[in-house]
Design a protein around this ligand. Sequence first.
Ligand code: FRU
Length: 481
Amino acid sequence: PAPTPGFPLPTEHTQEAFDPASDFTSKWTRADAKQIMAQSDPTVAPGENSMSPDVTMPEIPEDFPTMNEDVWVWDTWSLTDENANQISYKGWDVIFSLVADRHAGYGFDQRHWNARIGYFFRKTNADPAKDKWNYGGHVFADGASIGNTEWSGSTRLMQGNQVNVFYTATTFYDIAERNAGGGGIAPDASIAKALGKIHADENGVTFDGFKHTNLLEPDGEMYQTKEQNPGFAFRDPYTFADPAHPGKTFMVFEGNTGGTRGEYECKPEDLGYRPGDANAESVDEVNSSGAYYQTANVGLAVADNKDLTKWSFLPPILSANCVNDQTERPQIFIQNEGGKNKYYLFTISHQFTYAAGMRGPDGVYGFVGDGVRSDYQPMNNSGLALGSPTDLNLPSESPEAPTPNQNGRQFQAYSHYVQPGGLVQSFIDNVNGVRGGSLSPTVKINFRDGISQVDRSFGQDGLGPFGYLPTNLRVGGEGHY
Ligand code: FRU
């Protein structure tokens, strides 16, 4: 790409694949993420969108429908198989969402402390514009899961009618914190799974028989522990098979670089500037800015048995040290390009988790390489694949306290998840001050060779149906019981 005057060039990445068990960790560098601002328009009127339309999510209308009157809905995923196919089970589409009670006296921003995994189902041939998702309730019985709060994960259909629900077992110790939100004693977090059964009949879908197993706790070396940082992240498991390594099951998850918070020192590889780049920062400059506090990574683990009850950590596949503190809900999306499998790693991140001197929107970020572990090339040279409309010339804010002079849609959606066909679903957070807790209109991105573009011919000016998570593979027939 032609350099933008005043900005550094992005880091050169080969996309070369390495053995998943090797210790090569790809870096999302400051030089890479600086391209977000290099590609942003510095001349827009304050509060307009400064990002390219190619990476900007179309505007969600303020009068969006409420998906369910009783629960707030946020992070959502479909029933899938090990190849990320979205499964129609006996004629029903099934989705899983973090949910929290709308009538319990706490607000939308307190949802994290009260999160449970709920599910919805809808006839596979339903009209996504008219037919509502039916709410099936919580997936697990009260008190059955490991931990007292259930955070994000993924659900896989196994043999017959067995399902594995992978989830984050979060345990809060401070009840006041659960009710008020924030502060208090840091939670524990582990990655867990529950093996149970799915049932379907003409009335819908139910689950039962769940047996919970704790799978992984951070090791403090590759993945940061609560003792090392009360604000650590260890969550959001997503499991998959890799055609390049048949017979193995892998998991990606959100982590932070191991070590005590504040002790990390930013390294030349984290900055990633090309030799002699006149717009490069020095390592000393970056370290004295405090950018070492932000140490996100995307973790990798491999299953040691067929039951998927035993797992071993592998080194992280991506780090964002000195760039960003959270790379959430990672997923691997394999796409054939010119006869070759290209691996897209997608992960969501926030504006408020960027390191000093860095700026980007809430949205989904993508990286492409030749294998699960590779020298990932950030999509669009920056990493940004799809963000909420934001004026990046103004300072970063958080969804709880946006200022009126910013773009009213800077927090319109979060937790973007890329589904087959490039369909991206997410949840509505804050549209011009109207709080969400419902699924967004699904949008579509077209991508190849690491370059993506929002498809504005999809749906109405780029906005598809609300909560559109279509299935692409049928299991158990069309619904003859
Ligand atoms: C993303 C997220 C996940 C986490 C959940 C908790 O929106 O932060 O990383 O599992 O929300 O509510």
